[in-house]
Every structure is written in structure tokens, then in C-alpha cells.
Ligand binder design. Structure first.
Ligand code: SF4
Length: 765
């Protein structure tokens, strides 16, 4: 219809308070088409806007986390009324997500699918196993054993494999028609049937038990996905036998980083149940498998608006494009970096779409001119995005950027900074990040004051506050729980007066390298046998057989190795075959060495034992080989199956080899055998005749694949060497054990308890 339209100009801003409106108007004034601007007056006065220039992404994230916690705790702003806006997803958003997790700021998981949540994934995997008719795969079994549901780790998995194989070998396990199962097949079978009788099989049992419960929940008449998930969730047990659901709750209540993670995992679990319920409402007659398949396939997002239409009370981190049309009380616009925001890189450089637009808009055809116009157009678009981001804030705005040598704030940030704080000086003002508004940070500050404070009344006040916090059960506030406060439980030596210090040659070597490592490992800090150790034990066993049984040769020993390989190596497929080939190579070198050595030193004792008692010290052990020449002089030989040799200069002071030589010089070697019937358990000891003269000791590195076996020879033991061995052994009965950094620290099993290592810094003493 014809007629005049009345133009109504809206002159009031209902969203932005005056401070924010002024700032956004300033940004809008820079738009190229100023004609579209209009004067608006704010309905609400006040508001706040701050700009912050930080030293790093991480400081920027901590600063924003501080502002958000302050707004929530002091000003009572709800989490859902706060948002962080970034130009595009990337490092800034990730750093902020991490900082929020550490500071206890709840953040939406909008970008994380439930199926990718590491706590939820095993539950879904088990549910899938229970609902699927496909055979169970070893990969899935391993994932479950290593998950929180199984509570196992790589070492326990290896032990389980070995125990299952050994059980099969002894005839208690499965063996059908002479066919032996691999360790992978035995694991799958144990989980599938629930028949687990091996020692250390608790992780297997936990998974098998859960699978059985999940299967019966799935089979029940009218079962829904919720019932299946509940059967898993309610029956899942931790390593200590506690219900996983209760453990997570307890950890969440305790706070700190772990608490925050447990909190997020519990949230994710709730969302999973919520998603299952919604699925059941949509498809009332569906089976649990349809939900499990859908969630695994479609990657349902963790953050969903509930059916009540309420957004969960969490902070959102989102890009400027997804923030359009929305508003929050407090908004942080982060990452205004040069090159990132404004991002002036041409988007359609292949087809030159920006140039085409400018060509149409300005009727200009010269390429150079078009490029300039396109760049200016991009800058305007970026400024509009900035305007969108800033104007999402109703009451408070935080604008931040990182200032460092290779990463400068953009001119957008500088403009806002100078608008809010006046002209920027040459010396850029860096914002210091305040102490986080968390319990743990407050406790840390008070403790620092009590320890190092110089002003007595302030220290006393800090101690008083700590005491009150401790009474309220705040973690870390109670002095009794402080590290290093408890007195030493004992300063007594580990071997009391009148007792003997009993040591082995290998312990002497470890103690010589690092006293603390020896002490902790011999007090239970050592891992179980690794596969490298099993490999070494097997080779040593074959070498002993070779020395003791004259009819043995390379072929017979290789056959024996082949027959027992499944017990030695827990790997399968090509890894196992490669290891077997290596073992055969090592065996061949041992046999070659033996055939040569027997010509030079015809009397050979394998696994000969010795026991030397000097003053209050007893050193005892066994050597791989004791080779005696025609003149009665003895050579100690130790086979090493590692792939690399120690340096020649280190062998001179090698304490293990010196201890062996001490057995020769003291003529204390003997052969130990079962008594005639072999039933009494008592060993018969036959002394080895020695002259007391030694040819020295030799370390043979048969594990390396050199044509000539690398050897490291130690010269004959001198009197001063003997005294050093005895003195070192005496120290092992003392009360103080010193940590000494050495080249084997990287393999140390107790480094987390070592005050010299970063991972063990919390250890005192
Ligand atoms: S990490 Fe090194 S210094 Fe520390 S206990 Fe282990 S071996 Fe000793």
C-alpha cells in the first residue's frame, strides 16, 4: 500500500550502562559510514570498564578468572551472567578454560562432547560392550583395565598377562585341544566369562563384574538406557573398594584442582543421565543400545539447556560470532593481539572476493587501489566485530591483551586503553595479577606471612586467621598438616648395635651411586619385574644351563627358549617376534663366549655363591660365572643384557664387581645344591677351591649386537679397594641416606620421593 512510513529513532540504551555505552559509542564513531550512527542515552547510569595488559596468556587467563570470582563472591553476580569473548577459538580460550578450572570458576563444556570426556568414555565403552553382540576386542578390554573402572596401570596389565599365561602353562587355565591361547585372548575370555583366579587380577575382576551387571540390566524387560548406565555407575568401585560415585563426591567437596576435576566429571555424568532420559522420552520403546549408539556416533554436546529452559549456572567462553544477539552482566573481551584482532588477512584471496566487492562498490579497477580498499573494508568489519563484543556487556567490561616482545596488543586495544586510562606512555603499563580469590591461595598467603613475615603483629594476625580457617576444616590451614612440621620419627640407624649389616653386591653398587635410591628401593619403592628384567633372567638361566650341562649347545638352548617364550615375553605379534630374534642373537653370543672361555679357563662355575663376613658386615651374593685358570687364578664374569655399556673408566670403581672379587680374595665361594632327596629344603654347600688370587672381573655386554662382545674389565682387587668396599657396606647400616644426582636419575623409580628432583620437591629431608 502506498503511504509514508514514519521513522522512529530509538534513543535509549536499555542494555549498556553509561560507562559501557560511552566506550562502545567511541568505537562506533570510527565506523566509515558514520551516517548510520545515532545518539543514544543510557537508561542506567554507572557500570565499569577496565583494560589490562598482561605478560602472558596464562596471566591474562588468571586475571580474568580473578575478575569473575570477585564479581561472583563480592558483587553476587551469577556465573551464567558472565562470559568471555574471543575473536576465534585457540590458545587464549584454552588458557582461560584451564585458569577457570584451577580457580573454581564453573565453565560450560560447550565444545566438549560427552564421549570425549575421559571420565565418561569408559562408562560408555562398557555400556557398548554390554549391549553389543559383536565379539569383545582386546583393545577395549585394555582401555577398561587402564581406566578408573579397572584401576589398573601398565605394570599391573603386564603382570596380569604373565599370570594368565603361567596359569595356562601349569594346566589350570584354558587350553583347548592342545591349542594355547595368547595372553590377549585370555584377557578377553576372563572379562567375558568373569572367571578370574589369578593373583593380582583385581582390575580384571572389577571389569568382568561390571560387565555382568550391565548385561543383566540390559536384558531386563523394558530396560532403558538410564537403567543400564545406573547399573554401571552404581556398581563401579575404586581400587580401594569404595563406590566410584562416593569417591568422586568426596574429592569434589575437598576442593583444589582434583576437586574441580571431580566436580566436572560429576557434572558430565549428570548430563549423560539427562541425555539418556531425554532419549527415552523421545523414543519410549527404544532399547539401551540405540541411545549408546547415538551418543557414540553423534557426539552429543555436554552443555545442553535443560528441558526447563534454564541455562546451567556456568560461565561461557565463546567466539564473537557466536556471541551475537546475546548479553551478560560481565563480559571479558580477551586476546586483542596485533594480527589476531583486527585480523586483516584477506579471506578470499584465491577468488579475490573482497576486491570484487570493492570493485562493485566504488567502480574502481586498478588492482593496487582495490587491495587498499579491501584492506580498509576488512578493518571496518573487524571493528564492527569489536563493537559487537564490547556491547554484549550490560554492567561491567574487562578488555585484555598480552604484551611481550614478540606479541603486542593491537591498535584496537591501545585505543580502548588510552580512552580508559589516558595517553599511553612509552613504558607500557603492565597489570599485576592479584592473588586468586580461592581458599588455597589465601591459605598459601597466610602461611607465607607466618613463615617469612617481618612484622610481628601481622604475623600473629595471619596465624589467628589460619587457626580460624583450620577450625572450619579448610584444607592446608591446620599447622599439623604442614609439610616438614612433624618431627623425625626416628634418628636411629637402620641396623642397631650388635647386629650385622647384610648387603648384596648389586645393593652396594646402587648405594654407591645414590644412597637415597638404595634406601627407598630396598624399603619397598621398587617396581615389579619389567619385561627387560624377565628377558635378562631368561638369558642368565640359559647361560647357567650351558655352564652346568656339558651336552647343551646353541640348538638345544634355542629350542628351550622357543618353548618358554610365551612366559618370558608379554608382547604379541611382530613385537614379540622381534624380541625373540634379539634373544636368539644374545644367546648365540653367550654360547660363542662360553666355547672360547672354556679353552682358556677350563674350570667354570655358574651362579657360584659367596659370603664374606668382615667386622659387622656380611656381603653375600652370586656371580654369573667364576672361571678358574690352570694356575688357580679366578676371573669373575657378569653378563649384562642391556643394550648399552657403561664407560670403560666407570668399571674401575664398580662396587658390585669389587664385592665379587672380595669373595675370591677371601676364598669364600661355594656351590649350593639341593640335598640328595631334594625334599628337606636344606641346601648342601660345597666350597670352591681357590688360591685367593684374582684375575679381575669382567662385565660382558651380550645384549648389544656388535660382532665382538663389548667387555669392561676391572683389574685385580687391591687392599685399599677392599677397605673401600667394607667401609661402604658399613655406611649402609647408618641413619642418613644422601641423594646424589647421577646419570641414572632418569630411570629412578623413586624420583617422586627425591628432594633433588622437581617431581619430588615436596619431600623434605
Ligand atoms: S632421582 Fe637421582 S638423586 Fe634422586 S633418589 Fe633417584 S637416583 Fe637418587
Amino acid at each position: 500500500k502506498s503511504g509514508k512510513c514514519e521513522e522512529i529513532i530509538l534513543k535509549h540504551s536499555y542494555r549498556n550502562k553509561s560507562v559501557i555505552l560511552d566506550l562502545t559509542s567511541e568505537v562506533a564513531d570510527q565506523f566509515r559510514s558514520v551516517a548510520v550512527q545515532r545518539e543514544r542515552t543510557p537508561v542506567h547510569e554507572g557500570g565499569s570498564a577496565v583494560s589490562a595488559r598482561l605478560r602472558s596468556e596464562s596471566e591474562q587467563a588468571q586475571f580474568i578468572a580473578y575478575q569473575f570470582r570477585k564479581a561472583h563472591l563480592i558483587d553476587g553476580v551469577q556465573w551464567r551472567e558472565m562470559a568471555v569473548i574471543v575473536r576465534s577459538p585457540g590458545a587464549t580460550a584454552q588458557a582461560i578454560r584451564r585458569a577457570f578450572a584451577h580457580s573454581g570458576v564453573p565453565v560450560s563444556n560447550a565444545n566438549e562432547a560427552l564421549v570425549s570426556n575421559s571420565a565418561i568414555a569408559p562408562i560408555l565403552l562398557l555400556a557398548k560392550m554390554a549391549t553389543s553382540s559383536a565379539p569383545i576386542s582386546i583393545n577395549d578390554c585394555q582401555k577398561l583395565i587402564l581406566s578408573e573402572l579397572g584401576g589398573g596401570d601398565a605394570i599391573s596389565l603386564r603382570r596380569i598377562r604373565r599370570a594368565l599365561l603361567s596359569e595356562q602353562e601349569q594346566g589350570h587355565g584354558d587350553e583347548v585341544g592342545g591349542k594355547k591361547f595368547t595372553s590377549a585372548e585370555l584377557i578377553v575370555k576372563a572379562i567375558d566369562t568373569g572367571e578370574v583366579s589369578i593373583e593380582g587380577g583385581a582390575p580384571l575382576l572389577r571389569i568382568a563384574d561390571l560387565l555382568e551387571k550391565a548385561r543383566s540390566a540390559n536384558k531386563a524387560k523394558g530396560a532403558q538406557a538410564e537403567d543400564l548406565l545406573w547399573a554401571i555407575w552404581d556398581n563401579a568401585l575404586s581400587e580401594s573398594g569404595e563406590k566410584l560415585s562416593l569417591l568422586w563426591q568426596r574429592t569434589a567437596v575437598r576442593g583444589g584442582n582434583r576437586g574441580a576435576m571431580a566436580d566436572r566429571d560429576l557434572d558430565a555424568m549428570m548430563q549423560l543421565f539427562d541425555a539418556a532420559r531425554r532419549h527415552a522420552e523421545r523414543f519410549p520403546y527404544s532399547r539401551p543400545s540405540s541411545f549408546i549408539d547415538e551418543i557414540l556416533r553423534s557426539e552429543i554436546l555436554g552443555d545442553v539447556i535443560t528441558t526447563k529452559g534454564q541455562r546451567p549456572d556456568v560461565v561461557e567462553i565463546l567466539t564473537v560470532h557466536s556471541a551475537k544477539g546475546r548479553e551478560w552482566d560481565l563480559v571479558a573481551v580477551a586476546g586483542l593481539q596485533d594480527g589476531a584482532w583486527p585480523n586483516l588477512r584477506q579471506r578470499g584471496s584465491l577468488l579475490g572476493s573482497e576486491r570484487l566487492v570493492e570493485m562493485q562498490r566504488h567502480s574502481v579497477y586498478a588492482r593496487q587501489e582495490l587491495e587498499e580498499l579491501a584492506a580498509s573494508g576488512l578493518a571496518q568489519d573487524e571493528r564492527r566485530l569489536l563493537y559487537v563484543a564490547l556491547s554484549r556487556a550490560k554492567s561491567s567490561l574487562v578488555v585484555s591483551a598480552v604484551q611481550r616482545e614478540d606479541d603486542e596488543p593491537s591498535r584496537f586495544f591501545d585505543d580502548i586503553d588510552s580512552y580508559l586510562n589516558g595517553e599511553i606512555s612509552e613504558e607500557r603499563r603492565i597489570t599485576e595479577v592479584p592473588r586468586p580469590l580461592t581458599e588455597s591461595a589465601l591459605v598459601a598467603q597466610l602461611r607465607r606471612e607466618v613463615h617469612f613475615g617481618q612484622v610481628q603483629p601481622v604475623r600473629e594476625k595471619a596465624a589467628g586467621i589460619l587457626q580460624r580457617l583450620a577450625q572450619s576444616g579448610i584444607a592446608g590451614a591446620d599447622v599439623e598438616s604442614w609439610l616438614g612440621v612433624a618431627p623425625m620419627s626416628t634418628t636411629a640407624p637402620i641396623v642397631s648395635d650388635g647386629e650385622k649389616v647384610r648387603v648384596s653386591p648389586s645393593a652396594l653398587y646402587t648405594f654407591d651411586e645414590c644412597g637415597l635410591r638404595w634406601f627407598l628401593e630396598s624399603s619397598g619403592g621398587r617396581d615389579g619385574d619389567s619385561s627387560a628384567q624377565s628377558f635378562g633372567n631368561a638369558i642368565h638361566g640359559l647361560a647357567e644351563k650351558l655352564a652346568k650341562e656339558p651336552d647343551q649347545n646353541f640348538t638345544s638352548l634355542k629350542d628351550l627358549l622357543n618353548r618358554s617364550w610365551s612366559l618370558i615375553d608379554s608382547n604379541s605379534g611382530w613385537i614379540s617376534r622381534t624380541e625373540f630374534d634379539r634373544a636368539v642373537g644374545v644367546l648365540e653370543r653367550v654360547v660363542n663366549y662360553h666355547n672360547q672361555a672354556i679353552l682358556e679357563r677350563p674350570t667354570i662355575y655358574a651362579e657360584a655363591r659367596f659370603r664374606v663376613e668382615v667386622e659387622n658386615v656380611i656381603i653375600s651374593g652370586s656371580v654369573d660365572r667364576l672361571e678358574i685358570a690352570a694356575d688357580g687364578k679366578a676371573l669373575v664374569v657378569d653378563f649384562k643384557t642391556s643394550k648399552s655399556a657403561i664407560s670403560p673408566k666407570d668399571v674401575a670403581g664398580h662396587m658390585q664387581m669389587r664385592a665379587y672379587q672380595l669373595g675370591v680374595t677371601e676364598r669364600e665361594f661355594f656351590i649350593e645344591e639341593d640335598d640328595e632327596t631334594g625334599s628337606s629344603g636344606v641346601k648342601k654347600k660345597t666350597p670352591i677351591e681357590l688360591t685367593g688370587e684374582t684375575l679381575g672381573a669382567s662385565l660382558l655386554y651380550v645384549g648389544t649386537d656388535h660382532a665382538k662382545i663389548p667387555d669392561r674389565d676391572q683389574g685385580p682387587l687391591t687392599e685399599s679397594d677392599q677397605s673401600e668396599v667394607i667401609a661402604l657396606a658399613k655406611e649402609m647400616g647408618g641413619s642418613t641416606f644422601t641423594a646424589t644426582v647421577n646419570k641414572n636419575c632418569q630411570f629412578c623409580a623413586v624420583s617422586t620421593s627425591c628432594p633433588l628432583q622437581i617431581e619430588g620437591r615436596t619431600v623434605i629431608g
